[in-house]
Each structure stands twice: as structure tokens, then as C-alpha cells.
Design a protein around this ligand. Structure first.
Ligand code: SF4
Ligand code: SF4
Length: 188
């Protein structure tokens, strides 16, 4: 009986010692540390929570967060949408009647992007879309803290064409095709 009582007392004393250690330690606050530093895990004493968003943890350079698209450099090839395992990229291409410009890496642009939407609520941040992009215009940024109250706001639209411009380009393409057909028929 005495043995059990001593054991219970020692156990309670150990628990109390741990509690007191944390109580005293909590008077100190840890500053946001760079997770890339080798001694990051050596500084776990004191209050270790960060007062977000006033304080932010530094993030690694290779971190995968919100996607961004430099639409001027996009050739609307659809490779990113095809590579996406969760189908969260929706692109609507509109054919142009000729070359419409060049990207910053010199790639020729022949398609307009009538729509280029990414549903970040579905995205699993695998980064595959960024790997397959031939012009490297779809990238993962270091932005991780966009919060929304409406889920639909997590669908980011990168296309810059107005509905009127899209209709006009579609009409131009239809006219171009019709003229081509007429020339073909005339030459038969
Ligand atoms: S990161 Fe992955 S899941 Fe997200 S859009 Fe790109 S391919 Fe799709
Ligand atoms: S892979 Fe790159 S160039 Fe092709 S549609 Fe996607 S973002 Fe545009």
C-alpha cells in the first residue's frame, strides 16, 4: 500500500514539475524563426505559437502555395489542364486567324484564352501544371493565406478578354473559315 502511495506521489510530482516548467516557459515568447535554419527545432521553448497575421513564419523557397498565371505568356496549349489530376483548371481557347503575338520566351501565340479558371478549392498543390507548362507562365507563389467566406471566390480567373471580345474573335474565326471554304470550292 505504501509502495503504491509513494509511486502515485512521485508520478504526480513529475506531472506538476512538467506543468510548472511550461508555466514558467510561457512567460517567454519565441520569435518567428526561419524554418530553413538548421537549428529551427532547437528553439521550442516558451510560447511557440505565432500571432498570425501580425507575425508570419518564413516559408521555404520551394513551397507550393497559390497558383498564378502570367496570361500574356500563355499559349493556351491546355497542357496544364490535361496534367491536372483533379481537373481544377478550365481553359476555353478561341482560335485566331493568324499569329497574335509572342510570349516573353519567344513562343508563338495562335490562340486566345476566352477563359482560364483555376479552382483553388479543389487544387491539391501537386505542382504538375507548373512542370508541364512550356512557357513556365503558370507558377506556384509564396502566397498561402487567402481566406474567403464564399467558396466560389477561390476560383481564380486569369483570362482578360471581355465577352464582347470573345464573341468578336469567334466571329472572325468563323468568317475566316467560311472564306477558306469558298476559296476551296472555287478552285475545284
Ligand atoms: S497544382 Fe496540381 S492540383 Fe493544383 S491545379 Fe496544378 S495540377 Fe491541378
Ligand atoms: S500549360 Fe502553360 S502555356 Fe499551356 S495553357 Fe497552361 S499555362 Fe498556358
Amino acid at each position: 500500500m505504501l509502495k503504491i502511495a509513494i509511486h502515485a506521489f512521485v508520478t504526480a510530482a513529475k506531472g506538476l514539475a512538467i506543468t510548472l516548467t511550461h508555466l514558467v516557459g510561457a512567460r517567454r515568447s519565441r520569435h518567428a524563426l526561419d524554418v530553413r535554419k538548421a537549428d529551427y527545432f532547437d528553439h521550442q521553448d516558451g510560447v511557440t505559437t505565432v500571432q498570425f497575421p501580425r507575425e508570419k513564419m518564413p516559408i521555404p523557397e520551394v513551397a507550393r502555395y497559390q497558383l498564378d498565371v502570367e496570361i500574356d505568356d500563355c499559349i493556351v496549349c491546355d497542357l496544364c489542364a490535361k496534367a491536372c489530376p483533379v481537373d481544377c483548371i478550365a481553359i476555353e481557347p478561341v482560335k485566331a486567324t493568324g499569329v497574335i503575338g509572342k510570349t516573353s520566351d519567344g513562343s508563338v501565340k495562335r490562340l486566345y484564352a476566352a477563359a482560364f479558371d483555376i479552382d483553388m478549392a479543389k487544387c491539391m498543390y501537386c505542382g504538375l501544371c507548373t512542370v508541364v507548362c512550356p512557357t513556365e507562365c503558370i507558377t506556384m507563389t509564396d502566397q498561402y493565406d487567402r481566406s474567403m467566406t464564399d467558396l466560389s471566390e477561390l476560383t481564380y480567373s486569369f483570362a482578360e478578354m471581355t465577352p464582347e471580345e470573345v464573341e468578336e474573335k469567334k466571329r472572325e474565326w468563323t468568317k475566316f473559315q467560311a472564306e477558306k471554304e469558298a476559296v476551296k470550292k472555287g478552285s475545284r
